[in-house]
Design a protein around this ligand. Structure first.
Ligand SMILES: Nc1ncnc2c1ncn2[C@@H]1O[C@H](COP(=O)(O)OP(=O)(O)OP(=O)(O)O)[C@@H](O)[C@H]1O
Ligand SMILES: [Mg+2]
Ligand SMILES: [Zn+2]
Length: 262
């Protein structure tokens, strides 16, 4: 600094002196108003350094937070496989039609409230009662709490893995499997909906085995016996570890207009 001042003094006509002192109205720090004359041009330095520093710090923190939010959104958007009908699903627009479904909604909301406790939920029951709706809502709210989440329809996942990623895209199979392994919450929707080939069962094993001890939510139409047949004993056993069963039975919401049909 001294060298710089010397250099400036040698090459330019430069002077500076304090012309006034006062306390910052915002933070109370002493501010020195400095009058600088550089090559005949007058500059007045009249800023609170402490406030400037705090402002910069705030901006840096906000930028960091924004980056974290966009990282969470990116992970969700890049790797989730969701049918369009669910995109607007929230807890608020889920209106349970019976006591069991009301209880399921309560459990789903509580799961978000206490996240992350390293446990799982398995929504089991009839078609169209809101298993995917509630799981998607969990996914969304967990992300708003600052965690990463991915919602995967298992049939779509298997189709995607089968397509060997030829023209599909922006990431590799390895990247997808790594994302599924590392995400804070993974929803595996409609598990057991596929015809159980050895290939499908072993692909599922890769995912399910990598999720042991993590937060997982499953939805299925199968009962236990059917699910064992569909995913195999090894997968079933891992899925059931530390998982709470949530029964959801009722009328198919998709068919709610049928009442006026007959
Ligand atoms: N109680 C409800 N209130 C509002 N919308 C609902 C309700 N139940 C279901 N829906 C809507 O109906 C559609 C079907 O629900 P969802 O996909 O969650 O059913 P599901 O139980 O997962 O069925 P499936 O077993 O066939 O996958 C969705 O668009 C969902 O948003
Ligand atoms: Mg579903
Ligand atoms: Zn200040």
């Amino acid at each position: 600094m001294r060298n710089l001042t010397k250099m400036i003094n040698n090459t330019m006509n430069f002077s500076s002196h304090v012309i006034k002192e006062y306390k910052c109205g915002k933070c109370g720090e002493l501010i020195r108003v400095i009058r600088l004359v550089i090559n005949g041009k007058v500059r007045i330095a009249n800023r609170c350094k402490a406030c400037d520093d705090r402002e910069l710090e705030k901006e840096a923190l906000q930028t960091y937070k924004d980056l974290q939010v966009s990282k969470r959104e990116r992970i969700f958007n890049d790797f989730s496989l969701i049918s369009d009908g669910l995109k607007n699903a929230t807890f608020e627009n889920y209106h349970p039609a019976n006591q069991e479904l009301a209880e399921a909604k309560k459990i789903a909301k509580n799961y978000v409230d206490v996240f992350n406790k390293y446990k799982g939920l398995m929504f089991v029951g009839d078609y169209g009662v809101g298993k995917s709706h509630l799981s998607y809502s969990i996914c969304k709210e967990v992300r708003e709490k600052g965690f990463t989440s991915i919602f995967i329809s298992v049939p779509e996942l298997l189709t995607k893995l089968k397509s060997t990623f030829n023209n599909t895209g922006n990431y590799t199979e390895e990247a997808l499997l790594t994302a599924l392994k590392n995400v804070d919450l993974l929803v595996l929707d409609d598990i057991g909906a596929d015809y159980p080939t050895d290939w499908a069962i072993s692909k599922l094993f890769e995912v399910i085995n990598s999720r042991i001890g993590k937060n997982n939510v499953y939805t299925t139409n199968n009962n236990a016996k059917e699910l064992i047949n569909k995913v195999g004993k090894r997968n079933f056993s891992r899925m059931m570890e530390n998982v709470q069963l949530v029964k959801m039975n009722g009328n198919d919401y998709r068919l709610k207009n049928l009442k006026i049909w007959n």
